[in-house]
Design a binder for this molecule. Structure first.
Ligand SMILES: NC(=O)c1ccc[n+]([C@@H]2O[C@H](COP(=O)([O-])OP(=O)(O)OC[C@H]3O[C@@H](n4cnc5c(N)ncnc54)[C@H](O)[C@@H]3O)[C@@H](O)[C@H]2O)c1
Ligand SMILES: O=P(O)(O)OC[C@@H](O)[C@@H](O)[C@H](O)[C@H](O)CO
Length: 509
């Protein structure tokens, strides 16, 4: 099976017989005209919002991180399933930090337009799978959702930084939000009362109870409410760009739970399945121009428009003890071993993105397609991919197909994926994208390669620019953001094992 192949992006025909024949290995080909947002030329642009065509589905999924990617990926895959089996697997999606996206989406009853933007043109799809959009700061609502036995899955898109890990990969106890959450959780545990979490007689106290601010804190708080309500097992499904993201989630959640209530940690071990997934769909931040374009083409005043590429891939490994949507009907693959798939995606696509971001910004480029059109950067990208390919577990044929698909995806001039967006959070992105490749090469008895060090140098130069705000990278070491550290110092903070490796390399060569 190859990257970008129809089997990755299309549902099996036998399960969704009304899907039209595929004409290309992209999702756009699968969108059915009768399901798309109606395009009207007569309606004045912006006089209607998108509306539901089906009744609200029963909410079975809680999601944390109501960003662009969640709507282009998990919500869209779930939408495809719901179109065939309406009524079930609705999503209640909570914002991670600011309530703004919840307010915008709630004003449209959770319905939004997904623009699938191919190099050749756009298609429009209405997505209705989000039954409710909520503010993640609404502690009572969050606890009630997790304490509801109907809720079978908690999915996450909280960014790499959202897992609150320190440079050594464990829960970052020096993070003030984590420290504050430990106090909130201890108080909540000592005052645990099932009636409160089920909106019972003292529900008003729950509404005013302080909540957690970090994602691990919120997850532990929600699981405490679930245990107290005896609501049964649940799956937590990570959809962030991290290697073995299910295990990462499990580690930070259990670490935090153990610190506040060992009995809760034991309940989590027995009742919570931490599912890993490899997710892929390039989804840049929406612009005003995107919203205007939708208004012009559809007559819809949609404030929650999301723009994405035709390609989509989702590979999942793990158990769903309380059930799950039949996502396989929408083309999702369920596998026993996630690691090879995650590595391929992180080491080819995401590593390529990070390289193009730091090198491209330094050379005056603003978007991925512009950086990729730069022959010098395109050559560096091929070298980076070849160095990763030597330690990827896939066949040469599969890797070549993935690279070919990426060349096409990175060339899409209409997606306008800004390098500045990709560049943020490098302290969390470089380890899984760049440093893990070096580790794999060393483990295979190969040299460290030529790609990693220039990327670290370019990242340091990027952070050194006075006008570059990157709050997510700063906490990992005073001085990184100020650009006063060299490559060795940065490696000492982010990948101490590699400092020696690169030192040895320098001596050997
Ligand atoms: N956009 C893509 O192309 C893409 C593709 C694959 C995977 N992803 C994954 O999805 C994540 C989100 O991407 P997006 O495009 O939706 O970004 P976005 O900026 O649109 O949304 C980010 C969401 O994460 C929440 N969030 C941010 N920082 C957080 C934190 N520290 N703790 C908890 N929640 C936090 C925000 O509130 C928001 O809901 C990425 O970081 C990545 O891991 C994105
Ligand atoms: O979303 P981030 O910030 O983790 O990384 C930026 C991009 O590399 C990433 O979002 C890719 O577009 C995505 O992983 C494609 O599936």
């Amino acid at each position: 099976m190859t990257a970008g192949s129809p089997s990755r992006t299309s549902p099996p025909r036998s399960r969704l017989s009304s899907a039209p024949p595929r004409t290309s290995p992209t999702c756009a080909a699968w969108s059915r005209p009768r399901r798309r947002v109606r395009v009207t030329s007569s309606a004045a642009a912006g006089d209607r919002v998108p509306t539901r065509t089906r009744p609200h589905p029963r909410i079975r999924i809680a999601h944390l991180g109501l960003g662009a990617f969640h709507r282009a990926h998990q919500a869209w895959y779930t939408e495809l399933v719901q179109r065939e089996n309406p009524g079930d697997w609705g999503i209640e999606s909570f914002t991670g930090r600011s309530p703004a996206q919840a307010e915008i989406l709630a004003a449209q009853d959770g319905v939004f337009t997904l623009v699938v933007r191919a190099a050749s043109g756009d298609t429009y799809e209405r997505v209705e799978s989000i039954a409710r959009a909520s503010d993640g700061n609404d502690t009572a609502r969050w606890r009630a959702r997790l304490a509801d036995p109907d809720t079978a899955i908690l999915s996450l898109t909280i960014t790499e930084a959202g897992y609150r890990r320190g440079p050594d990969g464990t829960l970052n106890l020096a993070d003030p939000d984590v420290a504050a959450d430990i106090e909130v959780l201890r108080a909540a545990v000592s005052a645990s009362n099932p009636a409160r979490d089920q909106g019972g007689p003292d529900g008003r106290r729950a509404a005013s109870a302080p909540g957690c601010v970090s994602a691990p804190g919120r997850i532990v708080d929600g699981l405490r409410a679930r245990r107290d309500a005896d609501a049964g097992p649940i799956a937590i499904l990570s959809c962030d760009n991290l290697a073995d993201n299910g295990a990462v989630t499990r580690a930070v959640v259990l670490d935090l739970a153990t610190r506040v209530d060992p009995a809760l940690a034991a309940w989590i071990r027995d009742n919570v399945s931490f599912v890993s997934s490899m997710v892929d769909r390039i989804t840049p931040a929406t612009t005003d121009a995107d919203r205007r374009e939708v208004a012009e083409h559809t007559g819809l005043a949609d404030a929650a428009v999301i723009v994405t590429e035709p390609f989509a891939e989702w590979i999942i490994a793990g158990d769903f003890p309380a059930g799950r949507p039949a996502w396989e009907q929408a083309g999702v693959r369920f596998v026993d071993e996630i690691e090879p798939h995650e590595r391929r995606k992180l080491w080819l696509l995401n590593a390529g993105h990070s390289m193009l971001a730091y090198a491209g910004l330094a050379r005056g480029h603003r978007t991925v397609d512009a950086a990729f059109a730069d022959p010098e950067l395109a050559e560096r990208l091929e070298t980076l991919w070849s160095e990763a390919a030597e330690v990827l577990p896939q066949s040469e044929h599969e890797i070549d197909a993935a690279r070919a698909a990426l060349r096409e995806r990175f060339s899409n001039p209409r997606i306008r994926h800004h390098l500045a967006q990709i560049a943020l959070g490098g302290a969390h992105k470089l380890p899984p994208r760049i440093f893990d490749v070096v580790r794999a090469r060393r483990a295979a008895g190969l040299g460290v390669g030529t790609s990693a060090i220039p990327i670290v140098e370019e990242w340091i130069a990027y952070l050194g620019q006075a006008d570059t705000p990157d709050a997510e990278s700063a906490p990992l070491g005073a001085g990184i953001e100020a650009g006063s550290l060299g490559v060795e110092d940065v490696l000492g903070i982010l990948a101490p094992d590699l400092r020696e490796v690169f030192g040895l390399q320098a001596i050997e060569s």
